[in-house]
Each structure stands twice: as C-alpha cells, then as structure tokens.
Write a protein that binds this ligand. Structure first.
Ligand SMILES: CSCCC(=O)C(=O)COP(=O)(O)O
Ligand SMILES: [Mg+2]
Length: 236
C-alpha cells in the first residue's frame, strides 16, 4: 500500500519558523515589562479580567489581588510556562508593539521562501503553537518580509489541546478535514513530534542550532525549511 501524499503542512513557531532567541530575548521581555501597565489600562476589558481569573484558578490562588496576579504571570514568563491565560495576555500586549512598528515578526528567510513555494504547489499551511492565535497572526502578519498571513489556511493554539498530547494531533486533522497521515508536522521539540507521529502525522524535526535534538531521535531532522521536501514529507 502506498503512503498517502502530504496535503498540508502544520508548523510550530518558536525554534521552527522563528528563532528561540527572538521569542525569549525580544517578545517575552517586551510583554514582561508592559504587563503591569497593560493590565491597569485594560482592567475593564472582560478578556483581560477573564485571563487574570483563569491564571489565578490555574495557580490554585483565587485569593490573589491584581498586583500579586501580575507577579505570578511575570514568574510564568521567566519560567517559559506555556499557560493559556499568560499566552492570551502576551498576544494582546504584543499587538500594540507590532501595530506601532516597535516589533517586527522574526521569521527565517528560508521559511518565507519555502512556505510561499509550498503554498503555490497546492499544499495547505497551518500553524500550531503555544502562542495564542492572535500572537501567531501577529508574528506572521508583521514580518520583515511583509504580511505572510495570506499563506495560512488556519491557526491552532492550546485551545485545541496540549502540544504534547497525541489527541491534539487527531483533533487538528478532524477540524481541517484531512487524515493525520496527509499532514506533515514541523517542530524543534521531539516530544511534540512524538505526539504528532503517535496520532499518525508525518514528522520532521528542525535543528537550527538553538536546541539539542536527542542524538537517538527517530524523526527525520532538517537544518532549515530548504532541506525539506514537503510533498514527500522527507528531508533531502
Ligand atoms: C506565537 S509567537 C510567540 C511564541 C510563544 O509565546 C511560544 O510560547 C512559542 O511556543 P511554540 O509552541 O511556538 O514553540
Ligand atoms: Mg517550538
């Protein structure tokens, strides 16, 4: 029986389309330093109040006041905790930065070139990141190469499930109307690749020199998108 052809690419962001250093050294400090001002200014916004309440609930500390909740969230930024309410607030804060021109989405040139080529060749492109859908649209919407969002057919964040659980990689194909085996998942995190493969997706790991890929990994590894034959789901 022949392997079904890849019809869609699902990509991670941090460490895959964009450098870890951009996220850790630019985006996270930007959100951290503006968190207090943002929360104060938008205290009446129901989405902000809901995210703060969700953070308190997640921490098991419904008693925390606003100042203590901000400290909690700043601690989560320092730990790189992929908590949904934090990701929601980070996306809202980054929006100001992108729209004012202070932030520019850092996307590797090989990603811009290959995503464009893959899209033109008939593949559908999707994003799956711990960053909120808003944050995903911003990083691709305000890049040095312009607005890349027309390339994408959809965005998924952890509202669909954890990136470490196979169920999430079953829910995404169900949502977009494909079989898992028709999707190529790209990530720098081998635990995410394991979960995607368990769900039946094709996987390729990205080793851009910022993370240590376990030497005994059984996933194909590419150094950049130029090394990937997306339709075949292989590394050249
Ligand atoms: C969407 S840009 C900000 C990235 C982010 O906040 C994050 O946690 C990245 O996680 P990923 O799942 O893309 O590795
Ligand atoms: Mg990643």
């Amino acid at each position: 029986m022949s392997t079904p052809q890849i019809r869609a690419v699902l990509t991670d962001i941090e460490g895959t389309t964009s450098s870890i250093s951009f996220v850790k050294d630019v985006l996270f400090p930007f959100a951290r330093s503006r968190l207090q001002g943002f929360v104060t200014e938008h205290a009446a916004d129901p989405a902000v109040a809901e995210a703060l309440a969700e953070a308190r609930a997640l921490a098991g500390r419904p008693d925390l006041d606003t100042a203590a909740t901000i400290e909690l969230l700043q601690g989560w930024i320092d730990e790189d905790r992929k908590a949904k309410p934090l990701k929601t607030l980070q996306g809202m804060i980054w929006e100001d930065g992108y729209r004012s021109g202070t932030l520019k989405g850092d996307v590797y040139p090989d990603v811009v070139e290959k995503l464009t080529e893959w899209k033109e060749s008939g593949l559908s492109l999707y994003v799956y990141s711990s960053g909120s859908v808003l944050a995903q649209k911003l990083i691709f919407g305000f890049t040095h190469s312009g607005d890349l969002t027309p390339l994408f057919s959809g965005y998924f964040d952890t509202a669909i499930g954890s990136k470490l659980e196979a169920e999430s990689y079953q829910a995404i194909p169900a949502e977009i109307g494909l079989q898992p085996s028709e999707i190529l998942f790209l990530s720098d995190n081998t635990k995410e690749l394991d979960a995607a493969r368990d769900a039946g997706m094709k996987t390729i790991g990205l080793d851009r020199g910022e993370v240590v890929i376990p030497p005994d990994t059984t996933h194909a590894i590419a150094k950049d998108f130029a090394a990937i034959d997306a339709k075949a789901g292989t590394v050249r």
